[in-house]
Design a protein around this ligand. Structure first.
Ligand SMILES: [Zn+2]
Length: 225
């Protein structure tokens, strides 16, 4: 089961990837985690990445694809993987396809979690963080008992700059601009499934499993992580 998970920030993609990973017994491969792990482990590629980041440059798509390819050599990825965070554009998708084709494999499904912009803005701009212990709340979804006050330590809750409505809308605009062509790319390949991302995580998981008909084993695959 080789799956790509697409979705805007705040769509709950990380949670969904973990749930699917547990269900199918294949690892979640998150490009951000791969970069951090490579730098930490000081692998040859990791040292390269650390140099690039130290110069203040962006890590190139080829490097990310190389990291993903290394990860796919892991024995736990033999039965498949759930790719999360990559690709984010058509050129990245083409690089990824090239690498997979060389290995004689291909993506079975691209699942796009669809959540209206207005809902994403509501979810993220409702976040509040405790200045003292960093516990997170959501004024819309899980409000603290006393407004503006942390339940754990009594600290002051504030809205991070990243979570402001304006910043979220900007991130969504950037996401939408590069993702639309990406969805068309996978649609043309005949492997795109659009998943309604509204409702509880369990609701969304059920829709995903439905879209992966036959790819997810009937019984839990066990611990892939
Ligand atoms: Zn606190």
């Amino acid at each position: 089961m080789r799956v790509i998970l697409l979705g805007p920030p705040g769509a709950g993609k990380g949670t969904q990837a973990r749930m699917l990973s547990d269900l199918a017994g294949v690892p979640q491969v998150a490009s951000g985690d791969l970069l951090r792990a490579a730098v930490q482990k000081k692998t040859p590629l990791g040292r390269e990445v650390a140099d690039i980041l130290a110069r203040g440059d962006l890590v190139g798509d080829e490097t990310v694809v190389k990291l993903i390819e290394d990860r796919l050599d892991g024995p736990d990825a033999a039965r498949g993987f759930i790719l999360d965070g990559f690709p984010r554009s058509v050129p990245q998708a083409e690089l990824l396809d090239g690498m997979l084709t060389r290995r004689g494999i291909r993506i079975d499904r691209a699942l796009a979690v669809m959540v209206p912009d207005g809902e994403i803005v509501k979810r993220i701009s409702g976040r509040r963080t405790c200045r003292n212990c960093q516990t997170m709340y959501n004024v819309a979804l899980e409000p603290p008992r006393q407004p503006g006050v942390c339940e754990k330590c009594g600290g002051e809750l504030y809205q991070r700059e990243d979570d402001s409505e304006q910043t979220v809308q900007h991130r969504l605009d950037v996401y939408n601009a590069s993702t639309k062509p990406l969805l068309e790319y996978y649609s043309r390949a005949g492997i795109l499934s659009r998943i309604d991302g509204m409702g509880t995580p369990t609701d969304v998981e059920k829709r995903m499993v439905g879209a992966l008909d036959g790819l997810v084993p009937k019984e839990r695959g066990g611990s892939a992580r």
